[in-house]
Ligand binder design. Structure first.
Ligand SMILES: NC(=O)C[C@H](N)C(=O)O
Length: 310
């Protein structure tokens, strides 16, 4: 079964005119992650590669294309975790960097801490030689338009966000059976300055444990945190549930207990995988045994050979 990599491009409602962009974005990201695994790379290398791809793609709410906070600024959160050591790294409320996921990995690899935030994260990025980029390079016309629209006194940014969420993430198992996850986001539309969501919080935006599996989540962050969604799903797997059933149970709990919608990608160490969501759609793609799988709506699972371009 091994290896496998699965990516998501966020749970929500993807307007028709943007569905092609989302599908081609997740399929090229999963190809990039799979190329790492096929070359003998680790699951951690694969998830960081796939998420870097998605951060660089302006169609998604992470890196370039992030949603704006209420002041019109980009503040991003990211998280990585590896299942062999339970090592993890996170950054929250970071600005002016192109790839928060790579900074999260540096937190894991180069510090004794799990999470760095805001100004401290910026100083750390500088000390690691991570280039600073102008905020303008992370902002798209689309995100500015949505920000402006949601400043209106009668706007409902949370509703609008449930429309199009677009956080990105990846989970993978390598040929050694090591699992890993990575999640990156601009957060939620018109959020308060300094708001930290689920993504960088261990067990919420993701979790990875070689004894059980790995999960990356997307959706309404405050609801994800209430049920500690990623860890909740792995707990269900520890109780003997399959990757699909555990994912569905976690999402059902989040809907029932916290009135939130979302989506998850889940793997177990044997290479079983699932992409499940309670929102209307979630762009996802998976690669295993040289086959590419992808979908956008409930029940979809299109397949093609990995070498055929979409
Ligand atoms: N798009 C998302 O998935 C949003 C993210 N979970 C957050 O609340 O920050």
């Amino acid at each position: 079964m091994l290896p496998v990599v699965v990516v998501h491009g966020g749970a929500g409602h993807i307007p028709k005119e943007r569905s092609e962009l989302s599908t081609s974005g997740v399929t090229s990201a999963v190809r990039a992650g799979y190329a790492v695994l096929r070359g003998g790379g680790s699951s951690m290398d694969a998830v960081v590669e796939a998420v870097t791809y998605l951060e660089n793609n302006p169609a998604f709410n992470a890196g370039c294309g992030s949603v704006l906070n209420v002041k019109g600024d980009v503040e991003m959160d990211a998280f990585v975790m590896e299942g062999k050591t339970l090592g993890s790294g996170a950054v929250s409320a970071v600005r002016n960097i192109a790839n928060p996921i790579q900074l999260a990995r540096l937190v894991m690899d180069k510090t004794s801490h799990l999470c760095l935030t805001a100004e401290g994260a910026k100083q750390f990025a500088r000390s690691m030689g991570v280039p600073e980029v102008p905020q303008e390079s992370l902002i798209t016309e689309y995100s500015r338009m949505r920000w402006r629209k949601n400043l209106a006194p009668d706007a409902n940014p949370v509703e609008c966000q449930m429309g199009k969420m677009g956080t990105v993430g990846a989970v993978a198992v390598d040929s050694q059976g090591n699992v890993a996850c990575a999640t990156s986001t601009g957060g939620i539309l018109n959020k308060m300055e300094g708001r930290v969501g689920d993504t960088p919080c261990i067990g919420c935006g993701g979790y990875a444990d070689n004894m059980v599996g790995a999960v990356s989540t997307t959706g309404h962050g405050e609801a994800i945190m209430k049920v500690v969604l990623a860890k909740h799903i792995l707990y269900q797997m520890e109780q003997g549930q399959s990757v699909e059933a555990a994912s569905d149970l976690g999402l059902a709990c989040m809907k029932f207990r916290a009135a939130g919608l979302g989506g998850v990608i889940t793997v177990d160490p044997q290479g079983h995988w699932a992409a499940r969501f309670s929102s209307r759609q979630m762009a996802w793609a998976a690669a295993q045994k040289d086959t590419l799988h992808y979908g956008l709506y409930e029940g979809e699972n299109f397949t093609q050979s990995i070498d055929v371009q979409h």
